[in-house]
Every structure is written in structure tokens, then in C-alpha cells.
Design a binder for this molecule. Structure first.
Ligand SMILES: Nc1ncnc2c1ncn2[C@@H]1O[C@H](COP(=O)(O)OP(=O)(O)OP(=O)(O)O)[C@@H](O)[C@H]1O
Ligand SMILES: [Mg+2]
Length: 301
């Protein structure tokens, strides 16, 4: 593997909470390592039950939370060494977040096109109204929308799918090399989910954007990811080629995760023995059918 786009080495994050006497420590992420190549865009899935540390890991990759130990490097540069505002803006232009709930990402009282114009000014150097509108329209067209469709609209005047695509368009304005998407389809209607999933694949294939895709949903991860890691209680318990791992998981936790989605009895109940936490609930809405159930597939190892 040549130069790396992203290199996460042995990162851990512990949170301390409570007062002096009742201090509690949560080890949210523990010694996680993975990397993404610079020369080939990938969709890299991070899968795990609620509380397994996925979002904390994502926030460390985005530079929003400093690791307790370990390092995150983007294009060879340790995020700890980004000091000036200029360094951070350059980093933020190249590594963009997409969040779970598009309705939370946009202020309900602000028209959505304003976000696009602001980003165009900040990250694409658009100085005039015409330039801002052109940037916004170009980005919206990459996600199957146009400025005419969103101009002047408030968030509630768009569907969840349209709003999530607008959020992705906003992320694209700065020509990112990496998008970190934390459960980007979980709040989107099942019928619109595939359009977002297919959009991510197009971003990878046509625009060379790598994507870290965080999800509970094994079916969408299987469908679109190149590689996966499976997390449990802050640790990576399994990693590798997405199809190999998801078709024939080895670690007992991954097997459970898969069974909880695929067994006809449990499908849709979100049951994950032994501790009964909710996993895979959303995959019952049609997508789980895409995953072969017998653990084999042509071409898979
Ligand atoms: N800011 C924080 N302060 C204290 N504890 C935190 C903080 N953020 C996360 N945690 C704890 O760290 C652990 C991992 O949380 P995280 O949000 O990363 O999990 P997750 O895998 O994203 O879960 P979900 O699927 O529910 O989004 C949890 O136990 C959580 O309570
Ligand atoms: Mg999370």
C-alpha cells in the first residue's frame, strides 16, 4: 500500500464523568487501528451495537475529540500537529462529516440554501452571489438535486431523503477526500435509503471520495462496503473484506450480530442475545433480504 489517506494507530478514548468522589471512567474506544489508502477510494464500514464506540471513533477521525492515546494521521499529518486556523480549515475541507439526522444538522429556522452558500464561501472561495449559487447547484446536482429544488426552502419543506442529500451536497462543496458518515441512512425512510446508499457508491466510484460508513445495519454495509471493522465495547473484534467478514464472521460477537439480523425468528425484533441490546432492528425493512443467508456466495472466500 502506498501513501495513506488516513492512518488510525492504536487510538483509545476514555471519558471521565461525575464528581470527585463518584468519578466514573468509560473506555469508549480501546486501541483501534485501521487505515485507508490514498490511491484508491473505499467505503469502510464501522459496525457495532449501540455504545460500542463507533461515534467516538468517528469524532476522533474528524478531529472533534482528541484521543486519550494513539494517533490519527490524515495524509501523513498527525491531527495533533494541526495548530493554526488555516491548518484546521484545510483539514476540515478534506474530511467532512455527514450526520445521522439531517433535521438536526440544519437549523429549522434557516433556509437550507444558506448552508450551501456559507460553505461555498468558506471552503470553495466563492466571493460573489453568482459563484456561491453555481457551487451550490453543482454540488446539488452530484446528489441528484438542483438549486431550483431547494432554493429558499426550510428544512421541513424537504423530505428526509432530500434533506440528507442536501447535507451530502453541502459536504461535497469543499471537494473532500473523505466523508465520515455516522448512521447516515438510519433516519431516512426505507424506500429512500437505497438512493442514499447508491449515492455513496457513486461518490466513491465517480468522485474518488472515500467514505467511513458507520452503521448498525449489516445489509447496507454488505451491499456497499469494501472493508469493515466490527466493534464491541470499544474494541475491534473482527476486520477485513466486507463480504468475507459479513458472510462468514468468525468472532462470536460478529456471528451474533449477523444472526440477529438474519434469523427469520429474530428479523426485525432487534434482539441480540445475550444482553438483549438493540441491533439490526432497522434491517428488517427490506434490506436484509439482499444478504445471502447461507453464508456462501460465488466469488467470496
Ligand atoms: N462525551 C461523552 N462523555 C462521556 N461518555 C461518553 C461520551 N461520548 C460517548 N460516551 C460513552 O462512550 C461509549 C461509546 O459511545 P459512542 O457514542 O461512541 O457509541 P456508538 O457505538 O456510537 O453508539 P450508538 O450506536 O448508540 O450511536 C458509550 O458508553 C457512551 O456512553
Ligand atoms: Mg453513535
Amino acid at each position: 500500500m502506498g501513501e495513506l489517506l488516513l492512518d488510525v494507530q492504536m487510538v483509545s478514548k476514555a471519558f471521565s464523568m461525575g464528581g470527585l468522589l463518584s468519578r466514573q471512567r468509560t473506555q469508549a474506544v480501546c486501541d483501534v487501528s485501521f487505515s485507508l489508502p490514498a490511491d484508491r477510494p473505499e467505503i469502510f464500514a464501522i459496525i457495532g451495537e449501540s455504545g460500542s464506540g463507533k461515534s467516538t471513533l468517528a469524532r476522533m477521525v474528524l478531529g472533534q475529540v482528541p484521543p486519550t492515546s494513539g494517533s490519527v494521521r490524515f495524509r501523513g499529518r498527525d491531527l495533533r500537529h494541526l495548530r493554526s486556523r488555516r491548518d484546521w480549515l484545510a483539514f476540515m475541507a478534506k474530511v467532512q462529516p455527514v450526520s445521522q439526522n439531517p433535521f438536526e444538522a440544519f437549523n429549522p429556522l434557516k433556509r437550507v440554501d444558506r448552508y450551501l452558500y456559507f460553505t461555498a464561501t468558506r471552503f470553495a472561495g466563492a466571493r460573489t452571489r453568482k459563484a456561491r449559487e453555481a457551487e451550490a447547484d453543482t454540488a446539488l446536482r452530484k446528489v441528484g438535486l438542483s438549486l431550483a429544488e431547494v432554493r429558499g426552502r426550510f428544512p421541513h419543506e424537504l423530505s428526509g431523503g432530500q434533506l440528507q442529500r442536501t447535507a451530502i451536497a453541502r459536504a461535497l462543496i469543499s471537494s473532500p477526500a473523505l466523508i465520515v458518515a455516522d448512521e447516515p441512512v438510519s433516519m431516512v425512510d426505507a424506500s429512500l435509503r437505497m438512493s442514499i446508499v447508491n449515492l455513496f457508491m457513486r461518490l466513491r466510484d465517480d468522485l474518488n471520495v472515500s467514505i467511513i460508513y458507520i452503521t448498525h445495519d449489516l445489509a447496507t454495509a454488505y451491499y456497499m462496503s469494501d472493508r469493515v471493522i466490527i466493534m464491541q465495547r470499544g474494541h475491534v473484534v473482527e476486520s477485513g473484506d466486507a463480504r468475507e467478514v459479513l458472510l462468514a464472521p468468525r468472532h462470536p460477537y460478529s456471528v451474533l450480530l449477523k444472526q440477529s439480523v438474519l434469523s427469520p425468528d429474530d428479523a426485525g425484533t432487534g434482539r441480540l442475545p445475550p444482553d438483549g441490546r438493540q441491533v439490526g432492528r432497522r434491517s428488517s425493512e427490506g434490506l436484509s433480504l439482499m444478504m445471502p443467508q447461507d453464508g456462501r456466495e460465488e466469488g467470496a472466500a
